[in-house]
Design a protein around this ligand. Structure first.
Ligand code: NAG
Length: 613
């Protein structure tokens, strides 16, 4: 009895010691390591940045089972030429009519943004983070409503929106909260390389707001594409005017109003964020406005030509993010082709294929090719089209933004089939029994595609999966590089060194190894090469791209302390008194500064000390 009691006592004692150790040492250390090295959350618990609670009423159209009338015929043009109509592409339901702005009205929005920015440029990172943290909280608390608003205007499924709109936006907000300030702090640089001058000078690069920046964003991610540039602009101290696509005005307006409400509740100027709505033919005025200091353009190549031409009139710098013809290379040693087929399906049919980094070409080595064609031909058939915006239906693929490009998609399929491709599924528009006005295109599987077909080269931006057979690795690389685009590619294989080598040979802005699109994360710069555009958004490069990069050189602190000022040496001062001495002085300065042969340096010093003689 006593023995047992003693043991129990001992056990309890040890238990208390280990618990205390765990709570006092292990937990704080783990937290320290986590916060410092893993997430680097310097200000997570800074009281001054505490997000505020807010309620913003959700519009009736964004409610579940909203009964909106169906529009017929489906068109953004209304009877009044100054108005643009919004509708849900999945159901044809009418969402509203919006006034297309005139040039004067556009100018007014830009002037408001310009005025508001003056104060905002001086705001602290604490205020800017508080703004982002409040938005972060609002998005987290209203995920479903925001998702439904994006779906209503784009026709995509709620799951597609959750992954492509909400997740990536939260990722971006949190990266900026955690790392934005660190990126924008002055960056210390080396002073001059000349030994003598380098001893006297310090140098740094400072990042200052540009002023009013603009973003012209595409409709495929109405929430993420719109809010991404706004977050980056506000955090860098700029104000921003966003021109949304005329396809998604209803949701864009709500999202911009939501940010304005947050600004107002935080006692900040709501004019910092402006929305421009206009017809494409009036966009020239906007993109050549002298008060814009930067343009981010997300869209297609033909429009990019117009934007750049117009922006060049005022020398407005642009980042252009255009389409891609992304390759998905599969080597023969990939083990689980079933799992791989899931990635291919998600990467192709997500948002009905309307993705700038969607999989446009699956390039396989022969053994994988045969097996993947077999697996995919079974799986693509099972995809269900429709809308889950109102009820939680088991739907795999939603609508496309409109039926404008159905004809072109069919032409591309027909051209491929005429040139020897096999159409295993789909290839035409789909009339949905429940949503006859919806813009649906059948999930399409096209195999045996070759570079002789138009579809090999032209961006599809739709739900068409194309399979291309490569003879070997060199052939696969050549095929992948054999188009005018270069946005993002994926490579799959069992041997890492082999796929890593392929990554180095691919002509593209981004590569994912044994994965798809994972480079689209907030900490990395995103953008393409070749005809996919230029410039980067996202990551440190994206934030810095929205700043005036100012190089500043100053005397070293010790010199400032001693009151030593650098000045022109008398021998070089106007008027030159002795040309020979001046010449000797300047050549010696070069020798002392840049020659590594010690005797020359000593001789150079001597000559300098003699004033160049
Ligand atoms: C915009 O409006 C301002 C003030 O009303 C005016 O001075 C300026 O010329 C206008 N700019 C353009 C490009 O129309």
């Amino acid at each position: 009895m006593i023995d047992i009691d003693l043991k129990f006592h001992q056990w309890q004692w040890q238990y208390q010691i280990s618990t205390t150790f765990f709570v006092c040492v292990i937990v704080p250390s783990l937290y320290y390591i986590y916060s410092k090295y893993i997430t680097n959350l310097p200000n997570k618990y800074n009281k001054l940045e505490e997000p505020i609670k807010l309620m913003i009423p959700i519009p009736p159209e964004a409610k579940k089972n909203w009964k909106g009338r169906r529009l017929y015929p489906l068109s953004i043009r209304s009877t009044d030429p100054t108005q643009i109509q919004s509708f849900c592409p999945a159901t044809g339901q009418y969402l509203g009519t919006f006034h297309a702005q005139t040039k004067d009205e556009m100018n007014e929005t830009i002037q408001k943004a310009k005025e508001a920015q003056k104060q905002w440029a001086k705001s602290s990172f604490i205020v800017r983070r508080k703004l982002l943290k409040t938005l972060n909280r609002f998005i987290l608390d209203n995920q479903e409503d925001i998702t439904r608003i994006a779906c209503r205007d784009s026709g995509k499924t709620k799951l597609d929106a959750m992954m492509g709109e909400i997740f990536v936006t939260l990722e971006k907000i949190n990266w900026i909260i955690n790392h934005g300030e660190q990126t924008l702090r002055p960056s210390k640089r080396y002073g001059p390389s000349n030994l003598l001058l380098g001893m006297m000078k310090n140098a740094e690069v400072r990042y200052e707001p540009l002023g009013v920046v603009a973003a012209l964003v595409s409709w495929n991610y109405p929430f993420h594409n719109l809010i991404g540039p706004i977050l980056a602009a506000l955090f860098t101290g700029n104000s921003i005017v966003v021109k949304c696509s005329e396809q998604v005005i209803w949701s864009s307006k709500w999202f911009v109003d939501m940010i304005k409400t947050v600004l107002k509740l935080l006692d900040l100027n709501e004019d910092l964020v402006q929305l421009v709505v206009c017809f494409p033919e009036d966009a020239d005025y906007f993109t050549s406005h002298p008060d814009l200091s930067h343009i981010t353009f997300i869209g297609s190549k033909p429009i990019a030509h117009k934007v750049l031409e117009s922006a060049s009139k005022e020398l407005i710098p642009c980042v252009v993010e255009l389409g891609g013809k992304d390759a998905f290379i599969v080597l023969d040693d990939v083990k689980n082709l079933n799992d791989l087929s899931s990635i291919i399906m998600r990467g192709t049919y997500q948002s009905s294929g309307q993705n700038c980094i969607g999989i446009e070409r699956v390039i396989c080595l022969p053994k994988s090719y045969e097996k993947l064609v077999e697996i995919l031909s079974e799986r693509v058939k099972t995809l269900r089209l429709g809308s889950d915006i109102d009820q939680l239906d088991e739907i795999d693929m939603g609508a496309m933004i409109s039926n404008n490009r159905f004809e072109r998609l069919q032409e591309l399929v027909d051209d491929a089939v005429k040139n020897g491709a096999r159409l295993l599924h789909g290839g035409k528009p789909y009339q949905h029994p429940n949503y006859p006005q919806g813009s649906y295109f059948e999930p399409t599987l096209l195999v045996d595609v070759t570079p002789q077909m138009q579809i090999f080269h032209e961006e599809v931006f739709g739900p068409i999966l194309t399979m291309i057979k490569a003879t070997d690795i060199d052939d696969a690389v050549e095929l992948a590089n054999g188009c005018e685009f270069g946005l993002g590619n994926s490579v799959f294989g069992a041997d890492f060194s082999v796929i890593n080598d392929i990554a180095n040979r691919l002509d593209s802005g981004n590569v994912a190894l044994n994965d798809f699109a994972t480079y689209y994360v907030a900490q990395l710069p995103f953008g393409g090469v070749k005809k996919s555009g230029y410039g980067k958004f996202g990551g440190e490069e994206g934030l810095i791209g929205l700043c005036k990069v100012k190089s500043v050189v100053m005397d070293k602190p010790l010199l400032r302390l001693l009151g030593v000022a650098t000045s022109i040496p008398p021998v070089l001062d106007y008027p030159i008194k002795d040309d020979k001495k001046a010449w000797g002085f300047i050549t010696s300065l070069n020798i002392v500064g840049y020659d590594f042969r010690i005797w020359n340096v000593i001789k150079g010093f001597k000559k300098l000390a003699r004033g160049g003689r």
